[in-house]
Design a protein around this ligand. Structure first.
Ligand SMILES: NC(=O)c1ccc[n+]([C@@H]2O[C@H](COP(=O)([O-])OP(=O)(O)OC[C@H]3O[C@@H](n4cnc5c(N)ncnc54)[C@H](OP(=O)(O)O)[C@@H]3O)[C@@H](O)[C@H]2O)c1
Length: 272
């Protein structure tokens, strides 16, 4: 493993540990308002481009879209993933590198919305991070093709949410966060005609959905969230007009973590 990659892996592990949930999952006693928590939401777009759909949140986004009857075009990097995703009814899987603009544009052509969960924080051989280059390609291609609905998944710690992040976590993740923030800024500053939404999750955990996660405009919100809940929220955000041109953090207040030991509950963003 090259030294940069080794450093990033170590850094990610340190940060994940700092965000990681403690054993406690709080009883959602505050689950009183239906607007506060994850609710199913019907209609949406017909064919959605997903970058990052091979695994993690992106893969769960693909499943969620399919469950709502939405077709998916997934850009993935390996033959194995093309085969796995192509086996799902409603998915067109295209093999390609998101770092290549033409590949992204070709794959997205014909879609009416785009979601990118690209990331991973490792540098390509040319020293560039997919967290910026790939996400920027998705944004640019959407602009060129007239795909006006875009959801960009970044992270708490980007932009206005910097102060929410514990300093030790910010320190190890700052290079990756800066790349994600650069992609955010492209959307915010240059794509004023686009109906974008930026979703910034807290520390990700691979567990079943709790249904207690929230989107919030509170830039001080911090904590953990299950990947399945992020996917649910992203797909709900896609068909919620209220989320257009919004930057929303995503956390699960019922999970206590080292970053949110008191289980502070931010004001939830109403999706409808
Ligand atoms: N881990 C955390 O606690 C945390 C916290 C906040 C935000 N985030 C961010 O949330 C997002 C989802 O995270 P996750 O851990 O669920 O997923 P992940 O494992 O980081 O998956 C990233 C996705 O990007 C794809 N990808 C990377 N480089 C690519 C390239 N050059 N071309 C095409 N695809 C490429 C990966 O495909 P391959 O399978 O080919 O690698 C994968 O599908 C990421 O952006 C992550 O940085 C993570």
């Amino acid at each position: 493993m090259n030294p940069i990659r080794l450093f990033l892996t170590a850094a990610s592990l340190a940060a994940a540990a700092a965000f990681a949930p403690s054993k406690t999952v709080l009883r959602p006693a505050h689950q009183t308002s239906s607007a506060l928590y994850v609710q199913g939401q019907g209609d949406g777009y017909k064919k959605v481009f997903v970058a990052g759909g091979s695994k993690g949140v992106g893969r769960l986004v693909v499943d969620k879209l399919l469950s709502e009857g939405t077709d998916v075009v997934a850009l993935v990097r390996s033959d194995e993933k093309v085969e796995e995703l192509s086996a799902l009814e409603g998915v067109t899987a295209i093999k390609g590198d998101a770092a290549d603009y033409k590949t992204v544009e070709g794959a997205m052509d014909g879609c009416d919305a785009a979601i990118t969960t690209l990331g991973g924080g490792s540098q390509a051989e040319d020293g560039k991070f997919i967290d910026y280059t790939g996400n920027n390609n998705v944004i640019e291609a959407a602009g060129i093709l007239g795909v006006t609905r875009v959801i960009l998944l970044t992270s708490i710690g980007c932009g206005s949410s910097k102060e929410a992040t514990p300093p030790n976590v910010y320190e190890v993740l700052k290079d990756v966060l800066a790349q994600k923030e650069k992609a955010e800024n492209v959307l915010i500053k240059y794509y004023t005609n686009m109906n974008w939404t930026i979703v910034r999750p807290g520390g990700l955990v691979s567990e079943d959905a709790t249904g207690n996660a929230v989107l919030t405009e509170d830039t001080t919100a911090i904590g953990s969230i299950h990947r399945a809940d992020v996917a649910d929220l992203v797909v709900q955000a896609l068909s919620s007009k209220a989320t257009e041109k919004k930057i929303l953090s995503a956390i699960d207040p019922t999970i206590t973590s080292s970053a949110n030991t008191e289980g502070r509950v931010p004001e939830a963003f109403a999706l409808n």
